[in-house]
Design a protein around this ligand. Sequence first.
Ligand SMILES: [Zn+2]
Length: 231
Amino acid sequence: MAAKMSRAEWRRRRRRKVIILRIIVFSIFALILAGIVFGLVSLFRTFFMHEKLGTLSSAGDVEVLNRMLEKSEYSRNGVRISERGIKGIVIHAVDNPGISAMEQRNYYNSLGTTRSNHLSSHFVVDLDGKIVQCIPVNEQALANGARNGDTLAIDFCYPDETGEPGMFTRSSLVKLTAVLVKRLGLTADGILRHSDITSVDGIDCPKFFQNEDEWRKFKEDVMAQVALLKK
Ligand SMILES: [Zn+2]
């Protein structure tokens, strides 16, 4: 009788062991499966969603129109940059007074056909304050020379030869720069003028912000906006 009891007990223990073993094996498989799924999703995001991840839909209350350039070594060469590696945001003025953001964007896009220049920027801020994005922020633009790999480029439009951005343009430029400063974890030192980063003599881009008072005020406005965004 005692022997029979102990056999039943032994069976019960064995059953319990088998169940525990099954749970362990199942858990390991579940973990491996989760790892594989996570890895595949990450790869998918990196390779197929990168454009979406690098796209802004708005800057504060200003809508960002996504009008990405077609791939071309003359404007959008497709070279990826890691957002963590971005050290600065470089402000440029477009070359011609009165030109609109879409005209500037279309000029960049046409370089793939005309092959007359290597040039582009991530964003163009229009005369009326509208923002056009030409290149995802996790891809290089061709505006900042040796710094293309670790900076972003923003162009702004202006109505006349003074190069001064209009009220709406300036306001959107402040908001866009602030959103990027926050997103990339930069400080005021990361807000740069084209003339700050070029080694080419005589480049006074952006002309209006060569005035140090105006430039200081602009950077202060951006950092005030950054503080608002953090609230
Ligand atoms: Zn410039």
